[in-house]
Unconditional design. Structure first.
Ligand SMILES: *Cc1c(COP(=O)(O)O)cnc(C)c1O
Length: 399
């Protein structure tokens, strides 16, 4: 069979399972009121949780960064691409996350996906054991695969199961790997219990707080601040394309961990550094996150989360009210989630339908994501549209 025919059959199979992915084209900056595929749309789809992606101060800093440093870095960090802007951002991030670490240092990455590949593969050799939470993000799973370590998956939130696996482990190097806030459920992992296990078993606790950074904690330091955690065993990963509104990611940990990554992490070493302008813009994002404006945005976001919880009134679907900006409504079947998302799109609303492999089979859902850029009126519009679709729901064949 020609390899093209193989692909065509594969795509036809995705269609049959309602798993085909399509992209919409957005003509406007990332705000709640956008133009998508030419139509005005109220979006609950981005991870721009604080509304910084189009913030005038951040945009101005990106422009200023480009004037100062040019468009591109020109090389990897270890050759000649490590600019003053990258260094300043790393210092600011290390200082910001210092309450949670011992001898803190931070490392900036082009993307969170690469930060996760780099961290897990560099800390876990092939003789290591990686204890991976069942609902971990794909990039953590891929990092464990890249490491060629022995991977043990423990059930979602199951501290006792993890403890039993650690007790049984003979490995010299152990890594516990988890999302801080789970990306598709919005719930917060049992991190203090995980940290106690990590310290007891001389293991690393690697926490990817892509959805908590900027959102949780009085100052926006995420799940670590939420739980007031501090440990030399802690390896913090935060992404900077979500609440921080720009792009890239960071690892913050003991200085020795960072020195090891700089020397050994292939996804860090063998890639061109992100544009220095991006790092320059992130200095402004970080100042906003940790300042009064960030605090006010987090307070507003929490009010919207409470409003959504109080105003959704569902008979057929299940809203999982989470304490974070990620608010899933579970429908189950892939076709049902697509059908519901299409119904919302007809009403001018964009809520993505999330299907396997992003979530487990049978748990396809609408993933509502709230942002401090939304208004109470935006959330009221969404809640009444979701309530109406749910009330009139007769399954996927109808309509
Ligand atoms: C988005 C996300 C990533 C990837 O980060 P990027 O910067 O988008 O590559 C990693 N982990 C989690 C939990 C995420 O949600």
């Amino acid at each position: 069979m020609h390899p093209l025919t193989q692909l065509e059959r594969g795509l036809a199979q995705l269609d049959a399972q309602h798993l085909r992915r399509r992209r919409r084209i957005v003509d406007t900056p990332c705000t709640p009121h956008i133009k998508a595929d030419g139509k005005p749309t109220l979006a609950f789809a981005s991870n721009d949780y604080l509304g910084l992606a189009a913030h005038p101060a951040v945009v101005a800093a990106l422009i200023e960064g480009a004037r100062r440093y040019g468009a591109g870095s020109g090389a990897s960090h270890l050759i000649s691409g490590h600019s003053r802007a990258h260094a300043q951002l790393e210092e600011a991030l290390a200082e910001f996350m210092a309450p949670h670490l011992v001898e803190p240092r931070a490392l900036y990455f082009c993307t969170g996906y690469m930060a996760n590949l780099a961290t897990i593969s560099a800390l876990a050799g092939k003789d290591a054991e990686v204890f991976s939470e069942a609902l971990n993000h794909a990039s953590l799973i891929d990092g464990a695969r890249l490491s060629r370590a022995n991977v043990k998956v423990y059930p979602h939130g199951d501290v006792a199961a993890l403890a039993a696996l650690l007790e049984a482990s003979q490995a010299e190097t152990k890594l516990i790997v988890t999302d801080g806030v789970f990306s598709m459920d919005g719930d917060i992992g049992p991190l203090p219990a995980l940290l106690a296990l990590a310290e007891k078993h001389c293991a690393w606790l690697i926490v990817d707080d892509a959805h908590g950074f900027g959102v949780l904690g009085e100052n926006g330091r995420g799940v670590f601040e939420h739980f007031a955690m501090r440990s030399p065993n802690l390896v913090i990963i935060g992404t900077l394309g979500k609440a921080a509104g720009v792009g890239g990611a960071f690892v913050a940990a003991h200085a020795t961990v960072i020195e090891w990554l700089v020397n050994r992490a292939r996804p860090y070493i063998f890639t061109t550094a992100a544009a220095p302008a991006q790092a320059h813009a992130l200095l402004t994002s970080l100042a906003l996150i940790r300042g009064d404006e960030g605090r006010a945005r987090r307070t507003h976001l929490q009010a919207l989360i409470a409003q959504l919880r109080d105003s959704l009134d569902l008979q057929h679907w299940q809203h999982i009210a989470s304490p974070t900006a990620v608010q899933p409504v579970i429908l189950g079947e892939n076709a049902a989630a697509l059908h519901a998302a299409a119904g919302l799109a007809e009403a001018g609303l964009w809520v993505p339908a999330i299907r396997p492999p992003t979530v487990p089979a049978g748990t396809s859902r609408l993933r509502i994501s709230l942002s401090a850029a939304h208004t109470a009126g935006d959330v009221a519009t969404l809640a009444s549209a979701v309530n109406r679709l749910d009330r009139d729901w007769t399954g996927t064949r109808h309509g």
